[in-house]
Write a protein that binds this ligand. Sequence first.
Ligand SMILES: [Zn+2]
Length: 185
Amino acid sequence: MLFDGQKAKETLDILTIHVGTLRQGPLELDRRIPLEWLTAQLESCEYPVTPRDVTLTLTVESSGNGILIRGAVDAQLTTECAVCLSETVLRLHPEISAFLQPKPKELKDIDNNEITLEELETEWFDGDTINVSSLVRDTLMLALPMNPKCQNDCPGLHRDAPPAEQTSIDPRLLPLAKFQMQKEK
Ligand SMILES: [Zn+2]
């Protein structure tokens, strides 16, 4: 899907937090995630996944010298079962918890190979706004199961094959058993 940068930016305005407003107290954010944007974000997933209804609930507040972000993504997505390939609905509710610190001035001008490991592990925000779009995308990507299934014990494509124990049936009853199996189909 083609999704140009400018359009993405406009879409993501609703996921931008203005740091200045946090001085008045914690910010409650309740947003429905634009599905067109999210579909494009999920294209790098190992299997096809289509978001149907995804909401984000966050509390954002100043804490010490940084900004604390807590909340959850509530997502309903469709994909196909890894075993029987039938359409499968996924309901995910991953939690979000992040602490961001203002990027130190001296970090802005140097390139990556001069940044120490400790600095790399800290999440920074730069400027007056924080955009939580990548946080939402990463949280959702991590919550996706490796092999989505329609049910825990999906019988797979060959659900009509007789279970193993039925093959040792009394030969005299075989015609009846076959008749039963046909009726079940
Ligand atoms: Zn299945």
